[in-house]
Design a protein around this ligand. Structure first.
Ligand SMILES: Nc1nc2c(ncn2[C@@H]2O[C@H](COP(=O)(O)OP(=O)(O)OP(=O)(O)O)[C@@H](O)[C@H]2O)c(=O)[nH]1
Length: 317
């Protein structure tokens, strides 16, 4: 038997190709399908998906492995015209994610095409992308005819030269493997950043809060769309292997507290049990979840609320 070389003993990656590893950012308007795509590529639910816009608040990352490459995704909040302070923090976080990445994917919705919002992103994109490759990802192709898709591909590429264009459906998986393979090839050569079994690096407390917020958003629909945030306050590992978690739901107004609690606390109870089930599944062990609803009219102006969501606090008014 031939003697082992240093390379063979060190590398966990598949033999043959040199290991690659880098960062990829998905940018796009709210609701483009970034979280759905990320969940599909990464294969685990780490960023919440709802029919609502602007659901991604924390900069949650996931890692996909493709052959000898590891792709670290920065899941960015949707990009839109900022109006409030929180909006500005989210937009700044999205661009910061793009600035950190080796490859940027601009995701648009097939049936909406080149919207004003996409135009606004294109106007800022070059300043952020520099020389790095930018791929165009046209999502939701299940909602559009093939000839119209080809026309949109041509229109977008006439507007800007993209390194590659992918026609995908994040929902049913069409085209996603091609995109992942291309991203893998675009990653710089270098050692892997994460061991293979560690695929989400968002702290579990943040993921647990995101899960509860997803349940609140699903249950409360139009009643309280963005004026709430969830924080994990305490997390206690218990001897029997379960976790005891206390979370606070911050709402903006007294009236919203009543909506979140529901009659005789039924709403928050249902939300709590749905969230508990998902958190227990994500953790792989039993969870005791305690939710409290608090009114905090100024939470959008408080620095601590931002750092709890993994966002920088924007200066100014
Ligand atoms: N028909 C169709 N719907 C999709 C597809 N991908 C995502 N969606 C839906 O589009 C909606 C938004 O998807 P998300 O993944 O939450 O979008 P996002 O870009 O992460 O949204 P923000 O977090 O608000 O920025 C959800 O209702 C998805 O089910 C797709 O390929 N086809």
């Amino acid at each position: 038997m031939a003697e082992k070389t240093a390379d063979e003993t060190a590398a966990e990656e598949p033999a043959g190709a040199a290991p690659r590893c880098g960062f990829a950012a998905l940018i796009g308007e709210p609701n483009a399908g970034k979280s759905t795509l990320l969940n599909r590529m990464v294969g685990q639910k780490i960023s919440i998906v709802t029919h609502k816009v602007q659901t991604t608040r924390a900069r949650v990352r996931g890692v996909a492995i493709e052959g000898a490459a590891q792709i670290v995704f920065v899941d960015t909040p949707g990009l839109f015209r900022p109006r409030r302070r929180l909006d500005r923090a989210m937009v700044a976080a999205a661009w910061a994610g793009a600035d950190d990445a080796d490859v940027v994917c601009l995701m648009i919705e097939a049936h909406r095409g080149l919207t004003e919002g996409v135009e606004a992103i294109l106007a800022t994109l070059d300043a952020h992308a520099g020389d790095r490759p930018v791929a165009l990802v046209i999502n939701k192709i299940d909602r559009m005819r093939r000839d119209a898709l080809l026309a949109l591909t041509a229109e977008m590429n006439a507007r800007r030269a993209f390194a590659a264009t992918f026609l995908i459906s994040a929902e049913n998986g069409d085209g996603v493997d091609d995109l992942r393979r291309w991203l893998a090839g675009a990653m710089p050569e270098g050692p892997w950043l994460y061991p293979e079994d560690q695929i989400a690096d968002a702290p579990m407390r943040v993921i647990a809060a995101e899960i509860t917020r997803e349940k609140l958003t699903l249950r409360l629909h139009e009643e309280l769309p963005y004026q709430l945030t969830v924080e994990t306050e305490t997390w206690e590992e218990r001897e029997d292997g379960s976790a005891r978690i206390e979370q606070v739901v911050y709402v903006g107004r007294e009236g919203h507290k009543g909506i979140a609690l529901g009659r005789k606390g039924e709403t928050i109870k249902a939300i709590g049990s749905a969230a508990r089930a998902d958190i227990a599944e994500a953790l792989g062990r039993p969870v005791h979840l305690f939710l409290t609803v608090k009114v905090r009219p100024d939470w959008e102006r408080e620095r601590d609320r931002y750092s709890a969501m993994g966002l920088d606090f924007p200066e100014g008014n």
